[in-house]
Design a protein around this ligand. Structure first.
Ligand SMILES: [Fe+2]
Ligand SMILES: [Fe+2]
Ligand SMILES: [Fe+2]
Ligand SMILES: [Fe+2]
Length: 321
Protein backbone atom coordinates (compact mmCIF):
# COMPACT_ATOMS: atom_id res chain seq x y z
CA UNK A 1 0.00 0.00 0.00
CA UNK A 2 2.73 2.35 1.00
CA UNK A 3 4.53 1.83 -2.29
CA UNK A 4 1.30 2.29 -4.25
CA UNK A 5 0.64 5.54 -2.38
CA UNK A 6 4.13 6.80 -3.10
CA UNK A 7 3.85 5.94 -6.77
CA UNK A 8 0.59 7.88 -6.99
CA UNK A 9 2.35 10.82 -5.32
CA UNK A 10 5.06 10.55 -7.98
CA UNK A 11 2.46 10.56 -10.74
CA UNK A 12 0.69 13.56 -9.24
CA UNK A 13 3.92 15.39 -8.73
CA UNK A 14 4.85 14.78 -12.34
CA UNK A 15 1.55 16.26 -13.45
CA UNK A 16 1.92 19.28 -11.20
CA UNK A 17 5.59 19.77 -12.05
CA UNK A 18 6.71 19.64 -8.43
CA UNK A 19 10.40 19.66 -7.52
CA UNK A 20 10.86 18.33 -4.02
CA UNK A 21 14.47 17.27 -3.81
CA UNK A 22 16.65 18.72 -1.13
CA UNK A 23 14.35 18.00 1.80
CA UNK A 24 15.58 14.50 2.66
CA UNK A 25 18.04 14.22 5.53
CA UNK A 26 21.14 12.04 5.41
CA UNK A 27 20.82 8.68 7.14
CA UNK A 28 23.61 7.25 9.25
CA UNK A 29 23.99 4.14 7.10
CA UNK A 30 22.25 2.30 4.26
CA UNK A 31 22.29 -1.29 3.03
CA UNK A 32 25.00 -2.31 0.52
CA UNK A 33 22.39 -2.52 -2.26
CA UNK A 34 21.09 0.98 -1.53
CA UNK A 35 24.64 2.31 -1.46
CA UNK A 36 25.36 0.66 -4.81
CA UNK A 37 22.14 2.08 -6.29
CA UNK A 38 22.96 5.53 -4.94
CA UNK A 39 26.45 5.47 -6.45
CA UNK A 40 25.00 4.35 -9.77
CA UNK A 41 22.47 7.20 -9.60
CA UNK A 42 25.26 9.68 -8.79
CA UNK A 43 27.12 8.62 -11.93
CA UNK A 44 23.96 9.30 -13.94
CA UNK A 45 23.46 12.70 -12.32
CA UNK A 46 27.07 13.75 -12.89
CA UNK A 47 26.84 12.64 -16.51
CA UNK A 48 23.55 14.50 -17.00
CA UNK A 49 25.15 17.67 -15.57
CA UNK A 50 28.09 17.47 -17.98
CA UNK A 51 25.97 16.48 -20.99
CA UNK A 52 23.31 19.15 -20.51
CA UNK A 53 25.95 21.86 -20.22
CA UNK A 54 27.41 20.57 -23.50
CA UNK A 55 23.94 20.61 -25.13
CA UNK A 56 23.48 24.16 -23.82
CA UNK A 57 26.58 25.21 -25.78
CA UNK A 58 25.05 23.89 -29.01
CA UNK A 59 21.74 25.65 -28.29
CA UNK A 60 23.54 28.94 -27.61
CA UNK A 61 25.71 28.53 -30.70
CA UNK A 62 22.60 28.11 -32.86
CA UNK A 63 20.89 31.12 -31.30
CA UNK A 64 18.20 29.35 -29.22
CA UNK A 65 18.93 31.07 -25.94
CA UNK A 66 15.83 29.80 -24.11
CA UNK A 67 16.88 26.20 -24.81
CA UNK A 68 20.43 26.93 -23.66
CA UNK A 69 18.96 28.33 -20.45
CA UNK A 70 16.73 25.27 -19.95
CA UNK A 71 19.68 22.88 -20.37
CA UNK A 72 21.85 24.90 -17.97
CA UNK A 73 19.09 25.13 -15.37
CA UNK A 74 18.40 21.39 -15.57
CA UNK A 75 22.13 20.64 -15.37
CA UNK A 76 22.30 22.68 -12.17
CA UNK A 77 19.49 20.62 -10.60
CA UNK A 78 21.21 17.34 -11.51
CA UNK A 79 24.47 18.36 -9.89
CA UNK A 80 23.52 20.63 -6.99
CA UNK A 81 20.22 19.02 -5.96
CA UNK A 82 20.24 15.37 -7.01
CA UNK A 83 23.94 14.49 -6.92
CA UNK A 84 24.46 16.52 -3.74
CA UNK A 85 21.49 14.94 -1.91
CA UNK A 86 22.61 11.44 -2.90
CA UNK A 87 26.17 12.21 -1.78
CA UNK A 88 24.85 13.33 1.62
CA UNK A 89 22.72 10.21 1.91
CA UNK A 90 25.69 7.83 1.72
CA UNK A 91 28.27 10.17 3.31
CA UNK A 92 30.18 10.12 0.06
CA UNK A 93 32.38 13.03 1.11
CA UNK A 94 34.52 12.03 4.08
CA UNK A 95 37.55 13.62 5.70
CA UNK A 96 40.19 15.26 3.49
CA UNK A 97 42.70 12.42 3.90
CA UNK A 98 40.13 9.74 3.07
CA UNK A 99 38.92 11.70 0.04
CA UNK A 100 42.53 11.87 -1.15
CA UNK A 101 43.12 8.14 -0.59
CA UNK A 102 39.99 7.23 -2.57
CA UNK A 103 41.02 9.53 -5.41
CA UNK A 104 44.63 8.30 -5.49
CA UNK A 105 43.33 4.75 -5.94
CA UNK A 106 41.00 5.83 -8.75
CA UNK A 107 43.56 7.96 -10.58
CA UNK A 108 46.22 5.25 -10.31
CA UNK A 109 43.84 2.66 -11.75
CA UNK A 110 42.96 4.99 -14.64
CA UNK A 111 46.62 5.80 -15.30
CA UNK A 112 47.98 2.26 -15.15
CA UNK A 113 45.12 -0.05 -16.17
CA UNK A 114 42.01 1.52 -17.67
CA UNK A 115 43.31 4.15 -20.11
CA UNK A 116 46.32 2.08 -21.29
CA UNK A 117 43.89 -0.76 -22.03
CA UNK A 118 41.49 1.60 -23.80
CA UNK A 119 44.43 2.89 -25.88
CA UNK A 120 45.39 -0.67 -26.83
CA UNK A 121 41.77 -1.41 -27.74
CA UNK A 122 41.56 1.74 -29.87
CA UNK A 123 44.66 0.64 -31.77
CA UNK A 124 42.96 -2.73 -32.40
CA UNK A 125 39.87 -0.85 -33.61
CA UNK A 126 42.09 1.33 -35.82
CA UNK A 127 40.88 4.54 -34.23
CA UNK A 128 44.11 6.50 -33.82
CA UNK A 129 42.52 9.75 -32.49
CA UNK A 130 41.03 7.76 -29.59
CA UNK A 131 44.27 5.83 -28.98
CA UNK A 132 46.15 9.14 -28.81
CA UNK A 133 43.58 10.64 -26.44
CA UNK A 134 43.62 7.61 -24.10
CA UNK A 135 47.44 7.75 -23.93
CA UNK A 136 47.23 11.45 -23.01
CA UNK A 137 44.58 10.77 -20.38
CA UNK A 138 46.72 8.05 -18.80
CA UNK A 139 49.61 10.52 -18.52
CA UNK A 140 47.38 13.24 -17.03
CA UNK A 141 45.83 10.87 -14.47
CA UNK A 142 49.32 9.84 -13.37
CA UNK A 143 50.06 13.51 -12.66
CA UNK A 144 46.79 13.81 -10.70
CA UNK A 145 47.69 10.74 -8.61
CA UNK A 146 51.14 12.18 -7.92
CA UNK A 147 49.74 15.55 -6.78
CA UNK A 148 47.16 13.85 -4.57
CA UNK A 149 49.86 11.69 -2.95
CA UNK A 150 51.89 14.80 -2.21
CA UNK A 151 48.81 16.57 -0.83
CA UNK A 152 48.07 13.57 1.40
CA UNK A 153 51.61 13.63 2.76
CA UNK A 154 51.39 17.38 3.35
CA UNK A 155 48.15 17.25 5.35
CA UNK A 156 49.11 14.16 7.35
CA UNK A 157 52.60 15.57 8.14
CA UNK A 158 51.82 19.23 8.89
CA UNK A 159 55.31 19.95 10.24
CA UNK A 160 57.21 18.40 7.32
CA UNK A 161 57.43 21.63 5.33
CA UNK A 162 55.74 19.91 2.36
CA UNK A 163 52.95 22.10 0.97
CA UNK A 164 49.83 20.96 -0.85
CA UNK A 165 50.28 21.46 -4.62
CA UNK A 166 47.45 23.37 -6.29
CA UNK A 167 47.84 22.28 -9.93
CA UNK A 168 46.50 24.57 -12.63
CA UNK A 169 43.09 25.70 -13.81
CA UNK A 170 41.90 24.48 -17.22
CA UNK A 171 39.65 26.77 -19.22
CA UNK A 172 36.82 24.57 -20.62
CA UNK A 173 37.28 23.56 -24.24
CA UNK A 174 34.16 24.10 -26.36
CA UNK A 175 32.34 20.91 -27.33
CA UNK A 176 31.06 20.99 -30.90
CA UNK A 177 28.38 18.80 -32.47
CA UNK A 178 30.09 15.78 -34.01
CA UNK A 179 29.57 12.29 -35.38
CA UNK A 180 31.17 9.27 -33.68
CA UNK A 181 34.84 8.95 -34.62
CA UNK A 182 35.16 5.27 -33.67
CA UNK A 183 33.15 2.08 -33.70
CA UNK A 184 32.97 -1.12 -31.66
CA UNK A 185 34.53 -1.42 -28.22
CA UNK A 186 36.28 1.91 -28.52
CA UNK A 187 32.98 3.72 -28.83
CA UNK A 188 31.81 1.94 -25.65
CA UNK A 189 35.11 2.85 -23.99
CA UNK A 190 34.62 6.51 -24.94
CA UNK A 191 31.20 6.43 -23.27
CA UNK A 192 32.74 4.89 -20.14
CA UNK A 193 35.37 7.64 -20.28
CA UNK A 194 32.93 10.55 -20.42
CA UNK A 195 30.83 9.02 -17.65
CA UNK A 196 33.93 8.51 -15.49
CA UNK A 197 35.31 11.99 -16.16
CA UNK A 198 31.93 13.59 -15.36
CA UNK A 199 31.82 11.65 -12.09
CA UNK A 200 35.38 12.69 -11.22
CA UNK A 201 34.44 16.33 -11.81
CA UNK A 202 31.38 16.15 -9.53
CA UNK A 203 33.29 14.21 -6.86
CA UNK A 204 36.27 16.58 -6.80
CA UNK A 205 34.12 19.70 -6.65
CA UNK A 206 32.32 18.09 -3.68
CA UNK A 207 35.67 17.31 -2.02
CA UNK A 208 36.72 20.92 -2.62
CA UNK A 209 33.78 22.20 -0.56
CA UNK A 210 34.86 19.95 2.31
CA UNK A 211 38.48 21.13 2.10
CA UNK A 212 37.41 24.79 2.13
CA UNK A 213 35.03 24.23 5.08
CA UNK A 214 37.82 22.55 7.06
CA UNK A 215 40.41 25.30 6.56
CA UNK A 216 42.41 23.73 3.70
CA UNK A 217 42.21 26.37 0.92
CA UNK A 218 45.18 24.99 -1.05
CA UNK A 219 43.64 21.52 -1.05
CA UNK A 220 40.32 23.06 -2.18
CA UNK A 221 42.15 24.69 -5.11
CA UNK A 222 43.84 21.40 -6.00
CA UNK A 223 40.44 19.64 -6.13
CA UNK A 224 38.88 22.49 -8.15
CA UNK A 225 41.75 22.71 -10.60
CA UNK A 226 41.83 18.93 -11.11
CA UNK A 227 38.04 18.95 -11.56
CA UNK A 228 38.43 21.66 -14.22
CA UNK A 229 40.70 19.37 -16.24
CA UNK A 230 38.44 16.31 -15.86
CA UNK A 231 35.47 18.21 -17.29
CA UNK A 232 36.97 21.02 -19.37
CA UNK A 233 39.55 18.90 -21.16
CA UNK A 234 39.12 15.13 -20.63
CA UNK A 235 35.31 15.01 -20.85
CA UNK A 236 35.25 17.57 -23.66
CA UNK A 237 37.79 15.76 -25.86
CA UNK A 238 36.28 12.30 -25.34
CA UNK A 239 32.75 13.68 -25.87
CA UNK A 240 33.73 15.02 -29.26
CA UNK A 241 35.16 11.65 -30.37
CA UNK A 242 32.12 9.86 -28.96
CA UNK A 243 29.72 12.16 -30.83
CA UNK A 244 27.85 13.18 -27.69
CA UNK A 245 26.48 16.46 -29.01
CA UNK A 246 24.26 16.46 -32.10
CA UNK A 247 21.73 19.02 -33.29
CA UNK A 248 19.30 20.54 -30.77
CA UNK A 249 16.42 18.26 -31.65
CA UNK A 250 18.49 15.09 -31.27
CA UNK A 251 19.99 16.37 -28.00
CA UNK A 252 16.50 17.05 -26.64
CA UNK A 253 15.12 13.67 -27.68
CA UNK A 254 18.04 11.81 -26.12
CA UNK A 255 17.67 13.84 -22.91
CA UNK A 256 13.91 13.24 -22.76
CA UNK A 257 14.42 9.50 -23.19
CA UNK A 258 16.96 9.42 -20.38
CA UNK A 259 14.73 11.44 -18.04
CA UNK A 260 11.73 9.20 -18.75
CA UNK A 261 13.79 6.11 -17.96
CA UNK A 262 14.99 7.64 -14.69
CA UNK A 263 11.48 8.82 -13.73
CA UNK A 264 9.57 5.65 -14.55
CA UNK A 265 12.06 2.78 -14.19
CA UNK A 266 15.37 3.56 -12.54
CA UNK A 267 14.46 5.69 -9.53
CA UNK A 268 11.19 3.83 -8.74
CA UNK A 269 13.17 0.55 -8.81
CA UNK A 270 15.85 1.98 -6.52
CA UNK A 271 13.14 3.37 -4.21
CA UNK A 272 11.33 0.06 -3.95
CA UNK A 273 14.57 -1.80 -3.22
CA UNK A 274 15.51 0.78 -0.57
CA UNK A 275 12.08 0.45 1.04
CA UNK A 276 12.39 -3.33 1.14
CA UNK A 277 15.81 -2.96 2.81
CA UNK A 278 14.34 -0.61 5.43
CA UNK A 279 16.19 2.44 4.04
CA UNK A 280 13.19 4.75 4.22
CA UNK A 281 15.10 8.01 3.84
CA UNK A 282 16.75 6.68 0.69
CA UNK A 283 13.39 5.50 -0.65
CA UNK A 284 11.87 8.94 -0.01
CA UNK A 285 14.78 10.65 -1.74
CA UNK A 286 14.59 8.36 -4.80
CA UNK A 287 10.84 8.95 -5.12
CA UNK A 288 11.35 12.70 -4.83
CA UNK A 289 14.05 12.66 -7.50
CA UNK A 290 11.79 10.58 -9.77
CA UNK A 291 9.28 13.44 -9.63
CA UNK A 292 11.95 15.94 -10.64
CA UNK A 293 13.03 13.71 -13.55
CA UNK A 294 9.41 13.50 -14.75
CA UNK A 295 9.35 17.28 -14.63
CA UNK A 296 12.55 17.42 -16.71
CA UNK A 297 11.08 15.01 -19.28
CA UNK A 298 8.02 17.28 -19.62
CA UNK A 299 10.22 20.38 -20.00
CA UNK A 300 12.27 18.70 -22.73
CA UNK A 301 9.13 17.48 -24.51
CA UNK A 302 7.71 21.01 -24.57
CA UNK A 303 11.04 22.39 -25.74
CA UNK A 304 11.25 19.86 -28.59
CA UNK A 305 7.73 20.76 -29.68
CA UNK A 306 8.78 24.40 -29.74
CA UNK A 307 11.62 23.51 -32.08
CA UNK A 308 9.39 21.53 -34.44
CA UNK A 309 6.45 23.98 -34.31
CA UNK A 310 7.44 27.31 -32.76
CA UNK A 311 4.42 28.82 -31.01
CA UNK A 312 5.47 32.39 -31.75
CA UNK A 313 7.79 33.93 -34.33
CA UNK A 314 9.90 35.39 -31.53
CA UNK A 315 12.84 33.17 -30.53
CA UNK A 316 10.88 30.32 -28.88
CA UNK A 317 9.45 32.68 -26.29
CA UNK A 318 6.93 30.10 -25.06
CA UNK A 319 9.65 27.69 -23.91
CA UNK A 320 9.84 27.18 -20.16
CA UNK A 321 12.98 28.51 -18.59
FE1 LIG B 1 18.61 14.00 -11.79
FE1 LIG C 1 42.15 12.57 -12.98
FE1 LIG D 1 40.48 12.53 -16.23
FE1 LIG E 1 16.84 15.11 -14.78
Amino acid sequence: MRTARRLSIVAMGALLGLGLVGTAQASTSVSPQTREDTLSAMHGEAFAYASYNAYAQEAARTGIDALAKLFRKTAHTERYDHFAAEARLIHFVRGNADNLRTSIAGETREATVIYPYFAYQAEQDRCEPAAKLFRELAADEAVHAKRFRRALYAITHPHSGVVVPVGEYFRPKPIFASLPACRGRTRENLLATIRGEAFANASYTSYAEKARQTGQPRLARLWENTASQELGEHFAEAAELYGLVRDNKANLLKSMKGELHEATVMYPTYAQRAEQAGDDEAADLFFEIAVDEAHHACDFLLASLEIVVPSTPSDHAGMRS
